[in-house]
Write a new protein. Structure first.
Ligand code: PMP
Length: 288
């Protein structure tokens, strides 16, 4: 049975209750984070906490905890759940109040954390890659905020599932933004290309790790706008997220990407990412 954290207490998930008037439930008025934990150590926690602060600032909600408090709460949650590799979901809403769009005064935010086992993506996917579709990015223009109101992302992801694909790659005004729950890179002529971080995409923690690994390992890379035509003519298309790590998209809209197999850039980055994870498992500072 999994142990969760809710408003100051650890408890079995079955015992956790929140009010139907919680603004997260009523309005989707809240933000969240997903933090991968390897060998009981949160990966890139400082970066996740920085992004959490950015999201909270974006919705004008005070951070209920200091970074040190978050660190301690996370450690307790990890300790009280099974497995060394976990995926911690952290969620803060504006709290419980009579339904009214305007911010209520003097209420406490709802703070919720849960953990699930973090399963490495199936090995077969590294040899076959995954298929994705494209869709128009019809979300709002503050996609840099990790908001819990994910209805557009849910609907966009389902479009992929409906046709047997795994992810939906998003295009806004002729340019690649990201995907429904991951960031997207392309490769052309051995150059790794990434769309720039702005208000139209979530600044992925894995996205940053990939660009750092590229810089440290002399992999040619550029951060710049990527047109839909470039996406469709890419030699490789890569997806990144904290839970999926790096994956190769080998079919896009049912058309083969490059030669239809995970390419050499994917293989190199996948290996470097595994090495980066292994380093933190040995207690290196990459965990912070
Ligand atoms: N974009 C979106 C819309 C996401 O939901 C996510 C996380 N699932 C990402 C990108 C990847 O971010 P991260 O690498 O921090 O998991």
């Amino acid at each position: 049975m999994s142990t969760i954290y809710l408003n100051g207490k650890l408890m079995p998930i079955e015992e956790a209750c929140i009010s139907v008037l919680d603004r997260g439930f009523i309005f989707g008025d809240g933000v969240y984070e997903v933090i991968p934990v390897y060998s009981s150590k949160p990966f890139r926690l400082d970066n996740h906490l920085l992004r959490l602060q950015h999201s909270l600032d974006g919705i004008r909600l005070n951070n209920p905890n200091s970074n040190e408090q978050w660190r301690q709460l996370l450690a307790q949650l990890i300790e009280n759940n099974d497995g060394d590799d976990q995926s911690v979901y952290l969620h803060i809403t504006r709290g419980v109040a009579k339904r009214d769009h305007a911010f209520p005064e003097n209420i406490e935010p709802t703070v919720f954390m849960m953990s699930s086992p973090l399963l490495a993506p199936p090995k077969a996917l590294f040899t076959t890659g995954i298929s994705a579709i494209t869709a128009v990015d019809n979300r709002w223009i503050r996609c840099d905020i990790k908001a819990i109101s994910l209805l557009p992302n849910v609907l966009l992801r389902q479009e992929a599932i409906d046709v047997g694909a795994v992810e939906t790659v998003l295009i806004r005004d002729g340019f690649l933004t990201e995907a429904s729950a991951s960031n997207i890179f392309i490769v052309k002529n051995n150059v790794l290309l990434a769309p720039p971080k702005n208000h139209l995409m979530l600044p992925g923690i894995t996205y940053d790790v990939i660009l750092e690994l590229a810089a440290e390992n002399n992999i040619s890379h550029e951060v710049r706008d990527i047109s839909e035509a470039e996406l469709r003519n890419a030699d490789e298309v890569l997806l990144t997220s904290s839970t999926k790590e790096v994956m190769a998209i080998t079919r896009l809209d049912d058309i083969q990407v490059g030669d239809g197999k995970p390419g050499s850039m994917f293989k190199q980055l996948h290996q470097l990412y595994q090495h980066c994870k292994a380093t933190i498992m040995r207690g290196n500072s990459a965990s912070s």
